[in-house]
Design a protein around this ligand. Sequence first.
Ligand SMILES: [Zn+2]
Ligand SMILES: [Zn+2]
Length: 222
Amino acid sequence: MLFDFHTHTFLSDGVLLPIELIRRAVAGGYNAIGVTDHASYSTMGYVIDAVVADCKLAEKYWDIRAIPGVEITHVPPEVIPAMAKEARWRGAQLIVCHGETPVEPVPPGTVLAALQCSDIDVLAHPGPITVELASLAASRGIFLELSARRGHSLANGSVAAAARQAGALCLVNSDTHEPGDLLTEDFARGVAAGAGLSPEEMEAVLVTNPQRLLEKIAAGRS
Ligand SMILES: [Zn+2]
Ligand SMILES: [Zn+2]
């Protein structure tokens, strides 16, 4: 089983067309892929329209769940709730917020704003996170990301430890920008193991939690 809720295409700073990214995910044995290009008010309209079209096409012909989404990225934290609502209204079925990764100057307060917003589904690479913040994620059902991406992954240990104490749910995502970034089952397992998870926790993070998110997305579709 292989799931990934955070990937990019050339609609933002990835290199592939959405349908090619999804094709490569099918070929790599993915069960589900979220296509979540960076967006703000400037690009949200065309990014979501384009990704919705290719996800529909992929699901019609291929055996994969292809979920159109966005990653709200580097915006003032104050506007995150309104922007997430607008993304959903425009057809995004998966709202990721770009968290306070240790390797980028993300506005401070982004993680708190995202975790106070019920329209956010996944907080990507939160950076070092407190148990109090992870508790907000647990109470709102927001998934915390363990990142497979270099740099962003530096804080995975902190995220896993805080999530364990708070009872928050984690996922492993690739944050793919190029074809070689896509996950394999072995690599996803290695990311989870590297974050210090037990075998039972790894099963939850790699299989059970992704299935829960898929159920939440399916409920939002109808
Ligand atoms: Zn990017
Ligand atoms: Zn990303």
